[in-house]
Design a protein around this ligand. Structure first.
Ligand code: SF4
Ligand code: SF4
Ligand code: SF4
Length: 350
């Protein structure tokens, strides 16, 4: 039998090894997910991606089920929609989901799915104990009352950043995401990369100063390149009124969404009044502002004097991981081809 199946009546081909969810996404069929995290092992934890496969006794978790030849799959059948709605109601009832006050409102997958499937939170009694929020991390607040235990933060920490600072802890209704020995995050193995913040589909992990900023849905994302090192991570700067309020990792090479603590949280320098805005030239022992022409003339004159008196190898060029690869290429070219020395080094070891 050829590698084809039907998805909502349409014939689709698949490659062996693809899941039903992979095939659906490739064919622009929207199967909702909460726990699924690209490039990690599927957990099937949230049950939101259940679909109906003809002949199967139960609904099938499409994120974990391999596509098979001849499958007839319905992604929005009555049975599927009923199951998703009840699942959403249980998730909403399991915590405290006061969207009006939540920093994730407008960017919350649970909120969006509750709207899509008309799910409210009143039919079921609250099942889980209230855990106090953890504000011990300087960058993040963890609000367990909004946690739906999807596990994306655990996978991001363990499988993407390979830090393993958090995992599931306790049992049954008391289950929560914990650090080693359930220490506050600020005293744990956490390296503050913020990967968990980026992947959390709800408001359970939020920026510590979220209330002082516009919500993410009220900002414009501007693609840029992180300026901290030579890796060239792609970032989205979330901007409102010409101010960067937040940075997220862009899903593009080389970082595919990941960032380190500097790239994600170290953006306050952008508006620092201490930033240099013009070259400085030392005159009579004092650094004074100059034009680029004046500054470059001084550099050319001094380098020329040193080379004339002591030879080209008396000059060394130290460049920076905070420049682009192209700038670093140019500066070594300048050292070798213009000055005539191979004395080039680079502070790659920040
Ligand atoms: S986590 Fe989502 S559903 Fe819950 S309160 Fe926040 S916006 Fe609403
Ligand atoms: S900030 Fe990074 S290291 Fe800390 S818990 Fe989140 S993913 Fe893990
Ligand atoms: S903190 Fe967020 S990502 Fe982690 S399990 Fe809870 S809802 Fe999922």
């Amino acid at each position: 039998m050829s590698n084809t199946l039907t998805l909502n009546g349409a014939v689709c081909t698949f490659t062996p090894g693809e899941t039903i969810l992979d095939v659906a996404r490739r064919n622009h069929v929207d199967i909702p997910t909460l726990c699924h995290l690209k490039d990690t092992v599927p957990t099937g934890a949230c049950r939101m991606c259940l679909v109906e496969v003809k002949g199967a006794r139960a609904l099938v978790a499409s994120c974990a089920a391999p596509a098979g030849p001849g499958m007839e799959i319905e992604t929005e059948s009555q049975r599927v929609v009923r199951s998703r709605k009840m699942n959403l109601e249980l998730l909403l009832a399991s915590g405290s989901h006061d969207c009006l006050l939540c920093p994730a409102s407008g960017d919350c997958t649970l909120q969006a799915l509750a709207f899509r499937y008309g799910a409210g939170g009143t039919r079921f009694a609250r099942r889980r104990p209230a855990h106090a929020p953890d504000a011990s991390n300087p960058f993040l607040i963890r609000d367990f009352s909004k946690c739906i235990l999807c596990g994306r933060c655990v996978q991001a920490c363990k499988e993407v950043q390979v830090n393993g600072a958090i995992d599931y802890g306790y049992r049954g209704a008391a289950t929560k995401i914990v650090t080693r020995n359930d220490l506050p995050l600020g005293q744990s193995d956490c390296v503050f990369c913020g990967e968990c913040l980026q992947v959390c589909p709800v408001g359970a992990i939020a920026l510590a100063d979220a209330r002082k900023k516009p919500r993410q849905c009220d900002m414009t994302a501007v693609r840029s390149t992180c300026a901290y090192c030579g890796v060239g991570c792609q970032v989205d700067l979330h901007v409102r009124d010409n101010v960067v309020h937040m940075v997220t990792g862009a899903d593009a090479a080389p970082n595919h969404g990941s960032l380190c603590v500097k790239g994600r949280f170290g953006y306050e320098f952008i508006r620092s009044p201490e930033r240099l805005t013009a070259p400085l030239v030392r005159r009579d022992g004092e650094l004074v502002p100059a034009t680029w022409e004046e500054a470059l003339d001084v550099v050319a004159e001094r380098l020329g004097q040193v080379k004339a008196q002591h030879g080209a190898d008396a000059v060394g060029v130290l460049t920076s991981a905070r420049c682009t690869n192209e700038e670093n290429y140019l500066i070594q070219k300048f050292a070798r081809a213009v000055v005539g020395t191979n004395n080039v080094d680079h502070c790659a070891r920040l």
